[in-house]
Write a protein that binds this ligand. Structure first.
Ligand code: SAH
Length: 385
């Protein structure tokens, strides 16, 4: 079976550079592209990236790329790839996704069917099975994806399974949760470091607080879940276990963190508490029912991260205007605190009452949102302190 892989980590639009940085932090060289980051590695790399990447969606193996302007070219191109190095006899291998963009081939169901036929034929040939007799598919699953972009076909195998944003700690989510990997990316885009206080005054199900605590304690985001590749028969289970054990040993549960989440809705606070407990962080994160208008603190140099309701999702327009205005008034006295506010409301700054130092376009699912960034004033310590 294969030892070295061409890999991609897929990422939401706007988050590719964050994913790239995370991959480099694992000691892996990579190239950032639109929607993905490319890198190479072995099975250990697949295990480490799945376990450790906080902001990526999925890790996929690139089996090959070739021009495909006709169904014949597609068939021959797929057939020529070394599927036998990935798929043992008996594998289940659905063509789970076919996507055609700006290409002559555009009928996705046909692309899917041709791809399947070509992989089947290749395996029949390699394993000396008679053509015409379907292959038995009752073993572990290898989800194959085919994407054709500008007449160039790319064949991929998903190693992740459920998207990486599913960490395994979410028991319930409330009306408008932010995805875990998006929350982790925003924390990394912010100027929060684990030695600074962090408050999410509209914490909902607690996603920012939980992700921050996991970053602060160096807990691998995937520690609580499995990945598709772990079920593959040729995957060395000891090696994967060693990667998991190493992750466990790298976690620092003693680090002091100051992370607080509040929400006006007591039911959401209960959900956040349950999620924090599920993540093993119940003692680490302070969660309480409170209106953001009542937020006061004497602490300095902290970071506020908030994903308040937006018109499309939870509240009507008038209520949003008032909420954002009160938010501005409540946060204004916290001069040394940085504030990062994620909303789809393009009038946010005028309602909030001050212009952001920086704005960054992101997508919360398919909804276009902006991260409004207000940097806190630096407090210089006097020499005598
Ligand atoms: N990021 C959260 C979702 C936030 S949705 C998550 O991942 O789950 C917005 C939240 O703001 C809701 O839970 C809502 O109850 C809360 N909220 C609305 N008005 C508020 C106010 N005045 N003070 C505090 N929280 C408020």
């Amino acid at each position: 079976m294969k030892q070295e892989f061409n890999l991609i980590a897929t990422a939401a639009a706007g988050l590719e550079a964050v994913v790239g940085k995370e991959i480099r932090n694992l000691g892996i060289d990579c190239q950032v592209e639109n929607g993905k980051v490319r890198f190479k590695g072995d099975l250990k790399t697949i295990a480490e990236t799945n376990l450790w990447l906080r902001s990526a969606d999925r890790i996929k193996i690139v089996v090959g790329t070739f021009p495909a302007r006709t169904f014949e070219e597609l068939f021959q191109g797929v057939f020529a790839l070394d599927w036998e190095n990935y798929l043992p006899l008996g594998s289940t291998f659905p063509i789970s996704k076919a996507k055609c963009v700006r290409s002559k081939l555009h009928n996705e169901p046909s692309v899917q069917a041709i791809t399947k036929k070509a992989v089947v034929k290749k395996l029949q040939k390699h394993y000396h099975r008679p053509e015409g007799v379907p292959l038995v598919e009752n073993g572990p699953t290898y989800k194959i994806e085919v994407s054709i972009l500008k007449d160039q076909a790319t064949l991929l195998i998903d190693t992740t399974g459920d998207s990486l944003f599913k960490r395994g700690y979410r028991t319930d989510k409330g009306g408008a949760p932010i995805k875990e990997n998006m929350a982790a990316a925003i924390l990394q885009l912010s100027n929060w470091y684990p030695d600074k206080p962090l408050i999410d005054p509209t914490c909902g199900s607690g996603t920012f607080c939980i992700e921050a605590a996991m970053i602060g304690m160096n807990i691998a985001p995937g520690f609580n879940r499995d990945f598709a590749f772990e079920a593959w028969s040729w995957v060395d289970k000891d090696l994967v276990q060693a990667v998991r054990d190493e992750a466990e040993s790298k976690a620092d549960y003693d680090v002091e963190l100051d992370i607080m989440g509040c929400d006006i809705d007591a039911r959401m606070v209960e959900i956040a508490k349950k999620n924090a407990e599920e993540a093993g962080l119940a003692d680490v994160i302070k969660l309480k029912q409170m209106r953001l208008q009542d937020l006061k603190t004497d602490k300095i140099n902290g970071v506020i991260i908030s994903n308040p309701p937006y018109g499309e999702r939870l509240l009507d327009d008038k209520a949003i205007d008032i909420l954002y205005n009160e938010m501005g008034q409540t946060f204004a006295p916290l001069k040394t605190w940085s504030k990062f506010i994620l909303t789809s409301d393009e009038q946010f700054e005028s309602k909030y009452g001050s212009l952001a130092d920086k704005k960054r376009k992101l997508y919360n699912g398919t909804l276009r949102v902006d991260l409004y960034q207000y940097f806190g004033q630096r407090v210089r310590r006097s020499v005598s302190e």
